[in-house]
Design a protein around this ligand. Sequence first.
Ligand code: ADP
Ligand code: MG
Length: 368
Amino acid sequence: MNALRRFRQLVAFLLLLALPVLCACGAESAETAAEETAAPQRVEPKGKAYYTYFDTVSYVYDYAGDSAERFDDRSAEVSHILLEYHQLFDIYHEYSGVTNLCTLNKAAGGEPLAVDRRLVDFLLCAKEMYTLTDGEMNVMLGSVLQLWHECREAAAEDPMHASIPPEEELRRAWAHTDIDSLEIDEAACTVRITDPEASIDVGALGKGYATERAAEYLEQEGAVGYVLNIGGNIRCIGDRPDGSGWVTAIRDPDKSAQDFACRIRIRDTACVTSGVYERYFTVDGQRYHHIIDKDTLYPAAYFSSLTVVTRDSALADALSTALFCMPAEEGLKLAENIGGVELLWIFPDGTSQSTPGFADLIEEPEES
Ligand code: ADP
Ligand code: MG
């Protein structure tokens, strides 16, 4: 199962790597001959892949023409940042010398634990995102998500006997998802979960948050012309040196990973998609995906995928999950209130809707 996912992700990401290069070639051929001598030489992008963070594949691309040594240094630091957040956010494993979310979940109902400042900052951000999204993205949904996770794992082992969690169990678990049971003492740098049956799950926010921290590092370095792709969370740092941006593809949820609903040109921003095809299992011919609507405690049924383009990758990640659980009109209102958030909704019947700002990003298919 994991190997298959990894393979699929690899194919998708290799395509993503190829796309900006292909499109850039097109853009370059359109440039005027008059600019030929002044135009900077287009550099070959450099890329590195990492396979061990957040149960997914992470890529760092440099289009800025950095020396091999500088790229090695910068990508090594990005990798280091991802590693540290990976360890802090892991809910299944503990690491020596690290008090992480697994430790906090195990200690639920007990005393406050001293944690790394970065974990406090992250959990404060998670609470902010809860408020911003009216509770649709709730990192304290762990007890409910765990039930779905167990069924998904069991289905992978034995698809013939796959089942979904019983409604009463979901309801019982729901009683242990209060965001206030996550107590953060900012000054003392401690955290505790007051409800012994509650647990944290940061699947909806962790990758995007870590991506943003890595992007922040690159920005502080003055790096321009980098792209991070952390398990599909795309974050462009600045623009390409020639100002042409990057083209990325939004998958068609009804087709294979190589089929695109559209392609968009982005720069200096993040792009995150949540979709029904990411992680799911099937019971009696019905598909159950991994994004859970707090109002039903079942997989959200509004869309097949939802894409968010906004500068901050953590916000993009939180919104991709939260807006997936809201009707399009509500999501639109929320996005307009926040500002600088562009959206593409793809509905189960294959139709789509986007904000005007998103439509402006779309690359028209080339005439054949
Ligand atoms: P992906 O993990 O595929 O990038 P998302 O960003 O939408 O997709 O995150 C989905 C993950 O978030 C789930 O696997 C689960 O761990 C968690 N999750 C699902 N529903 C919610 C929710 N309503 N609020 C908070 N976390 C959720
Ligand atoms: Mg998300």
